[in-house]
Design a protein around this ligand. Structure first.
Ligand SMILES: C[S@@+](CC[C@H](N)C(=O)[O-])C[C@H]1O[C@@H](n2cnc3c(N)ncnc32)[C@H](O)[C@@H]1O
Length: 329
């Protein structure tokens, strides 16, 4: 899944630096991914560490991370996906608000795909409601739908707006593909909370922080994924059909620095790694000063081709810093 700020491509760099800076084997260490997003980092470390804790304030992200980190059995998964792929079209909430046929002039999906999403989403709910599937499988199937939807949406990758004419991939019929999920051990944890609230309850070995670094709010850019995940009636707002969304203090100039400071001070982890971009709201020197006050500090960086939502085929280069802190006890 294309995700703003995804660290998928930076994983080799992160793995190299994190294993280099943490003494001893990673296999006996706990790893916490506090701003998990698409889950690329938690997933990447899942097999390298003792267990992973993952958190994100967005509900769609919680579902995705739950699917990848908490699924303990894949029994009947592909069979269920086959069944969902064969459902007859249904006109529901997504068709009504987000396809032209619904009459509200929004064009996020083809009429056919919107009806497929409605059919699949309603069927997953029905299965859960009549106890044919448990919560773990409910999240896995929802995550499968959420990821599949991102490939056939009529958008420039994010959902802040739709395209006027249906693009080629949006014509392609929606088809659920099984996620590459492994059967997980029980110790992994997945949270759906505000980072600065949750941090007070956590402790462990390695804390990986990847907060938003610019003014773009994830809740606005991915509102439709939350709508599909929640699937409750509501009144979409304006031309783009936004829902009410969470506004992160890390994406505001007046609160980003204080939020980071508060987070770092509260963290009960020995090793803290913070990814932050050179174009970020918080100045690099300020991060350095802040961390030096809390322990032993180092900084490494890597050039990175950033995903550009406006022009997904044209990436541009930026520098990704990894701020490394070994906290004083
Ligand atoms: C840069 S992205 C993380 C990308 C992720 N590392 C990946 O590889 O996909 C930042 C994430 O932080 C989440 N977020 C923003 N504010 C938050 C907060 N206060 N608490 C928890 N998560 C937050 C956003 O929903 C978003 O998914």
């Amino acid at each position: 899944m294309h995700y703003i700020g995804s660290k998928e491509k930076l994983l080799p760099f992160l793995k190299r630096e994190i294993s280099h800076h943490v003494e001893g084997s990673l296999h006996v260490k706990s790893f916490c991914d506090l701003f998990a997003g698409s889950g690329a980092v938690g997933r990447g470390f899942n097999e390298e560490v003792l267990h992973v804790s993952s958190n994100d304030v967005e509900y769609y992200s919680y579902i995705i991370n739950h699917a990848y980190l908490k699924t303990s059995s894949l029994k009947d998964y592909t069979h269920q996906i086959d069944e969902l792929n064969q459902l007859a079209l249904t006109q529901g909430l997504i068709f009504k608000h987000y396809a032209l046929g619904g009459g509200e002039k929004r064009h996020y999906f083809s009429d056919e795909n919107a009806q497929k999403i409605d059919a699949i989403r309603q069927h997953i709910e029905l299965w859960y409601h009549n106890q044919s599937i448990d919560k773990e499988r409910y999240y896995l199937l929802l995550a499968t739908l959420i990821e599949s939807v991102t490939y056939i949406a009529n958008t420039a990758s994010i959902f802040s707006a739709f395209l006027k004419n249906l693009k080629k991939t949006a014509h392609t019929p929606l088809y659920l593909d099984a996620l590459h999920v492994r059967e997980n051990r029980e110790e992994n944890r997945v949270y759906h909370n505000d980072s600065n609230t949750l941090i007070k309850e956590l402790q462990g070995d390695i804390l990986y922080l990847d907060p938003p670094y610019n003014l773009r709010q994830y809740g606005a850019n991915y509102h439709l994924l939350n709508t599909i995940a929640k699937y409750k009636p509501f009144k979409p707002k304006g031309k783009t059909g936004l829902r009410k969304y969470y506004s992160s203090p890390f994406s505001k100039r007046k609160s980003a620095y204080e939020s980071l400071k508060n987070l770092l001070e509260s963290a009960k982890f020995k090793h803290i790694f913070l990814s932050y971009n050179n174009d970020g709201i918080i100045d690099n020197n300020d991060i350095e000063k802040l961390m030096k006050n809390l322990g032993k500090y180092e900084q490494v960086f890597q050039e990175h081709k950033r995903f550009n939502a406006k022009n997904a085929t044209k990436n541009y280069k930026t520098i990704e810093y990894l701020h490394i802190l070994k906290k004083f006890r």
